[in-house]
Every structure is written in structure tokens, then in C-alpha cells.
Design a protein around this ligand. Sequence first.
Ligand code: NDP
Ligand code: MG
Length: 427
Amino acid sequence: MTQRIAVLGATGSIGDSTLSILAEHPQLYQVYALSGHGRLDKLLTLCQQFQPVRVAVPSEKVDEFATRLQQAGLNCDVVGGQAGLDDIAADPEVDTVVAAIVGAAGLSSTLTAARAGKRILLANKEALVMAGSLMMQAVKDNGATLLPLDSEHNAIFQCLPNEVQQNNTAIHDAGHGVKKLWLTASGGPFLHKSLQQMQAASVSEAVKHPNWSMGKKISVDSATMMNKGLELIEACHLFDLAESDIQVVIHPQSIIHSMVEYTDGSFLAQLGSPDMRTPIAHALAYPQRIATSVESLDLFQLAALEFVKPDLEKFACLKLARQAMQTGQSATIALNAANEVAVEAFIKQQVFLTDIALINARVLDKMLGGDAILASQHTTGIAQNDTGLSQGINPNFSLNIKQLDDILNIDKIARSFAEQVIQECRS
Ligand code: NDP
Ligand code: MG
């Protein structure tokens, strides 16, 4: 039977990798729906190549895009905005939703897919960072299947006992003997650079990842190691573990994509070339395997595999993510929102790369009731407090998070705080 696939975020980097696998196996997969946001020329080309039944674009572009499709001789239903994405995610004709939109913009459609009981291939880690419990509950209640595309989480998934993979038993069950997860990180382009060099980094230096080719936002997140922080939170939700059960280790070669440590002393690891087509192919075909044209790992060419402890002073975002996870969901929502705003400000050259951690920390302090301690001034004027969260949660923000609107409300407040912090430092 052909699996009908909706690729949400088709014009991005994960979209590219997914579509290249789908194109290799037309007998197994039908591209049923695609979505794009800014790169609509590219989306049109993809529509010509894959002939989807439905396509989602921003609301204000629906008519124009529909005309372009018509002129190209394509018969395709065009839907707009968040409602359009949600409609595709819940479409009864869709078997599998590839959640590859970047940032908070991907949350609603991913949650909708879970509620519609779909098979979800999750790249959009921000959805779990913001709405982990809601998402996991929706998956459970509606018989959805959540398969991680993030290479680390996909690696961990592959190294877990079969019963845990199939969701028949919990990871904590003593019989499984899972002791700890090891999340590998490349360390990004500034692993061997000083904090000062990192501070002076241009956008093009920050997005030049040593091993992976990815979208801009995740590339900046990799440079600050916020990406690993988000992945830590993602892993807690996916595998139902506390942050203390997950160790982050820098492995600059990105050959081992993560590991599971067992109580008998075994470490199971998944290895492969750093190419997202492998986890995507794994999740698409699971529990079977399909062939890809990913370059096979040449073990004889591999030099030493290194492992380094992360420097939490230099990569303060990683420390913040741990603290936010310990604090609770308001904190992880706020951290994600602040980070999205801060990354955008960095890309627009309004702040330095190293300011991202400071903006994130200031927003968390503001939201969670702390009086920011102005320990020193950073170059752009952002108050540099310690990156620790304040004691006690501000009652205004320790909301009882029951639904998507509660999450979006905290997200909105955190974004406006982040804008304020950036304005303060620029004025
Ligand atoms: P890209 O920036 O390359 O692509 C993002 C996609 O989201 C594009 O299709 C883009 O459309 C779409 N998009 C952006 N903003 C909106 C919006 N407001 N509404 C609807 N769609 C929108 O990112 P990546 O592919 O690199 O990353 C996608 C997700 O996957 C992220 O969450 C990332 O963390 C995760 N991920 C990525 C990995 C990678 O190797 N790239 C690895 C692991 C996880 P358009 O381009 O048309 O503007
Ligand atoms: Mg990853």
C-alpha cells in the first residue's frame, strides 16, 4: 500500500531531504500535500515535480499561488495560513505528516496531526519544547505514532528495546535496564574558538556548520548550542525522562548520532554519515528499512572519534535549557520564544551571537519573577546576569497549561519581553 505523505515545510532543508527520499521510492510513497511559506517559486517547482493533491501557502498568497498553479496546468487545492496547515494535517487522506516547519509556527499543525491520529515524522523540535505534555498525551489518546527525525533522537530510538519503540512498555521499566541517554553534539563552528571570537562572529560564520547542512535558525542554534538545549527538552518528552537522565557529550565528528547506556555496562550507539536522509528514511519505512543513496560510512577512513564535555559558560544556552526543563513548561515555552526572537535579531545583525544567551536569560528572569542582577554590561548593552533562573515562579506566569491557547499566550508574552530587552539594549 502506498503511504500518502504531507510534507509541511517542504521548501526547507528537511523538506529537501524528505522529498529526495520520497522521489527514490515512488512505489511506496505518494506526495499528497506540500507547504511553503516564503520560497513560493521553489514550492511551485516542487508542485510541478511531485503533483500534490493539496498545497498550503500563507493566507495572503492563496489566490496568486492558485493562479500560478493553473497557469502551469496543475490541478491542486490551495489552502492558506495556519488553518490550511491544520486542515492538511487532519486530512483523512493523509497517512503521514512530516512536521518540518521551523519554530513555533509548526506547533499547531503538529498537534493537529497528533489529534487526528496520524503517523508523525517529527523534525519540528520546538513543538515538543513548547507543548511536550500536550503533544505526548494527544499522541497517546488518539493512537498517533510519533517518530523522531532529529538525528540524535532517531539514533536513541533505534538503540532502545523493541517494546519501548513499539510503545508497549515504558523506558523506565527495570527489565529494560536503560540507565541513561547520551545526546551527542558537534559543538558547532565555535567549539575551538574563544568566547570573544564567538562574540565577534558574523552571521555567515555562525551558520557555517562543520558537519551538517541545515536551515538558518537551527544553524544559529547549533552555534550557541541552544539546539542541544532544545533537543534535551525534546528527548525528555519523547522518552519520558528527567533532564538528569540525559547527558550531553560533544562529539565533533558527528558520526555517532547518540547512545543509550544500559545498566549492564553496554552502550548502544547508532552511527552513520551526517546526512538527514538516513533518519528520514528510517522513520518513513519503520519498522522496515528502505535503501537510500546516502554515502556509506567508510570506517577505514575514520580518524579518532573524540568526546568532550560541553563548556557551560561558553554555551550558556545549554545550561539555560536544563534549568528551564527543571523549572517547568512556562519556562521552556518562554525560552523557546525568547530564543526565536533573539536568533532573528542576530540574523538581522541587531545583536551579537553571544547576546542570544543573555536575552534568553533576561526573558526567563522577567517572566519567572526574578529581579535581574545586572552583574556587568555586555557589548551591546544587554544586562549580563547570571544565567541561572530566579527562585520562585511569578504567579502571573505559572499558568495552568491545559490547551494550545495557554501555550501561545506565554509564547506571546515572552516574545514581547525579548523585543523589549533587545530595544533596551539598542537605545
Ligand atoms: P528551514 O529554514 O530550511 O525550513 C523551514 C521550513 O518552514 C520551510 O519550508 C519554511 O518555508 C517553513 N516556514 C518558515 N516559517 C513558517 C511559517 N511562519 N509558517 C509556515 N511555514 C513556515 O529549516 P530546517 O528544514 O532546517 O528545519 C526545520 C525543522 O526541523 C526545525 O524545527 C529544525 O529544528 C528541525 N531540524 C532540522 C534539521 C536539519 O538538518 N535541517 C535537523 C533536525 C531537526 P519557506 O522556506 O518557504 O519560507
Ligand atoms: Mg539534531
